[in-house]
Design a binder for this molecule. Structure first.
Ligand SMILES: NC(=O)c1ccc[n+]([C@@H]2O[C@H](COP(=O)([O-])OP(=O)(O)OC[C@H]3O[C@@H](n4cnc5c(N)ncnc54)[C@H](O)[C@@H]3O)[C@@H](O)[C@H]2O)c1
Length: 463
């Protein structure tokens, strides 16, 4: 077997594939029959009504959580949840026993109950969903597991929350939407970057009309991940690099796109309409593999489908354009770009935060964004600033966890719903399709089935 064949076999095993769902469907004891579960648009599918402002019943008790996937990001969420009084982690699940033990110790040391551990293999989350009395199943597992875990949670009467992206393909997006509608459960994709200080402040400024009519945005995920993708310690089992081998697409669109979608009222009076994508050559991972492991190593010789820079241009139904960039294989400082432009001004976050508002800023000149904090910080940021200090990714991870728990406990609509999870995550399969069609135009599905037209704007703490 050649080196390339061996890598190919691992790709087969590790990367997302429809067979995961089929296998999952066959294994589950709940009669989910997921493999045969009909998808939207398939004949004979009973459609439930889209419910874009879904509220669940308020809970009289703390939110009882089963956590799946206690790796790098999941570990951070466990720490956050240990500090949120209204949350109780009652079960933890990971294929690695040392990680469930870590979570148990962490929670007990924080004065919380010791959660039951589930670590009997890849599908033990099913046993957890079937046997535990939970309000919410929250996961931070590799991408291929997000849909099976969320679906298992909802079918067992639990709300679901997942790390980003919610689903790797359109089938998965539809499956989340249809399961959430059928079982009337929340299914939230946890996009922490919506809760960063600048993004929240821009949200507040947009609501106050500072930029006039919004016309264009730029965003993305520009993060040199070479050392992580090709490390045996970063992503357990090196799951992430296999996606770069298998797919040429924007693999991680939601960090930049989530906040932009909030500003543009996507799924609430506006929608992503269509996109075109283009990618450049793939060089970064092969060069890095050769330098780190030698020119004959499997990581130097592997064929990486992912172009080093993937650009996607989206047009919304209300006529705005959004440029989304994915750039994870080259040497560069971190950025999510973040630029918003309207008829009355422009703001950008990276590499340096700058703003220009007509009539306020000196003509043709930038001002510093931090000079606007005092007047325009979002009330959520102001309320949470002290509590979130020191938490993951500058505090935004704590704020997102806090909001999730608060909304579920109080029976409020969550800040991000299943339609957002689907529309934002759909950029991966749609960009893949566009690239494969020489940058052909690809339409977004309407996951809300028309409800976006009447769904009211998102409101967080009165803004
Ligand atoms: N929002 C953010 O800023 C952010 C940052 C990093 C990662 N993430 C997301 O978090 C998720 C996890 O990424 P990570 O970097 O923590 O990866 P990781 O490999 O460190 O953690 C994944 C964990 O899931 C466990 N796992 C794998 N399969 C499982 C299964 N079937 N059942 C139970 N546990 C299983 C692994 O043992 C591991 O502990 C990904 O979706 C990633 O995109 C988000």
């Amino acid at each position: 077997m050649t080196q390339e064949d061996r890598v190919g076999k691992q790709v087969e095993k590790q990367a997302c594939s429809r067979r995961d769902f089929l296998k999952f469907g066959a294994q589950t004891s709940m009669g989910l029959a997921l493999g045969g579960m009909a998808l939207s648009g398939c004949a004979g599918v009973p459609m439930t009504q889209a419910n874009t402002t879904f509220r669940s019943k308020p809970l009289g008790n703390k939110v009882r959580i089963g956590y799946v996937g206690v790796g790098s990001q999941g570990g951070g969420h466990i720490e956050n949840l240990s500090k949120i009084t209204d949350a109780e982690v009652v079960a933890v699940c990971d294929i690695r026993e040392e990680r469930t033990k870590w979570a148990q110790d962490k929670l007990v040391a924080a004065g919380r109950m010791k959660p039951t551990a589930y670590n009997k293999g890849d599908y033990d989350f099913l046993r957890m969903c079937e046997t535990e009395d939970l309000d919410l199943v929250y996961n931070a597992t590799p991408w291929r597991w997000h849909v099976p875990i969320c679906v298992a949670a909802m079918k067992n009467g639990k709300h679901a929350a997942t790390e980003v992206p919610a689903a790797p393909d359109l089938e998965g997006c539809w499956k989340l939407v249809e399961t959430a509608e059928k079982y009337q459960k929340h299914c939230v994709m946890m996009e922490n970057c919506c809760y960063d200080r600048t993004e929240l402040m821009i949200f507040n400024m947009v609501r106050q009309g500072l930029f006039g009519e919004l016309l264009h945005a730029e965003c993305g995920y520009l993060h040199d991940l070479r050392g992580y993708k090709l490390s045996e310690t970063a992503y357990q089992g090196m799951w992430r690099v296999y996606h770069s081998i298998k797919r040429n697409a924007d693999l991680y669109p939601t960090h930049g796109l989530g906040p932009v979608a909030w500003w543009l009222d996507i799924n609430r009076g506006n929608q992503f309409d269509h996109l075109v994508s283009m990618s450049c050559n793939s060089r970064g991972l092969s060069l890095y593999g050769a330098e780190k492991f030698g020119p004959d190593s499997k990581w130097a010789k592997a064929k990486y489908k992912l172009g080093d820079v993937v650009n996607t241009l989206i047009r919304t139904k209300n006529g705005q354009t959004v440029l989304v960039t994915h750039d994870t294989n080259l040497p560069r400082p971190y950025s999510r770009k973040i630029l918003l432009q309207g008829t009355e001004g422009i703001v950008r976050k990276y590499p340096e935060q700058k703003i220009h508002i007509e009539g306020t800023s000196p003509a043709h000149s930038w001002e510093k964004v931090k000079d606007y904090y005092e007047k325009y910080d979002h009330p959520l940021w102001k309320a949470m600033q002290d509590k979130s200090e020191g938490a993951g990714h500058g505090g935004m991870d704590f704020i997102e966890d806090y909001r999730l728990v608060e909304c579920i406990k109080e029976g409020k609509p969550t800040d991000m719903n299943v339609y957002d999870a689907a529309a934002w995550s759909a950029v991966t399969p749609l960009s893949e399709k566009s690239i494969a069609k020489k940058s052909g135009s690809v339409d977004f599905p309407d996951f809300t089935r028309g409800k976006w037209k009447t769904t009211p704007r998102l409101e967080i703490m009165g803004v």
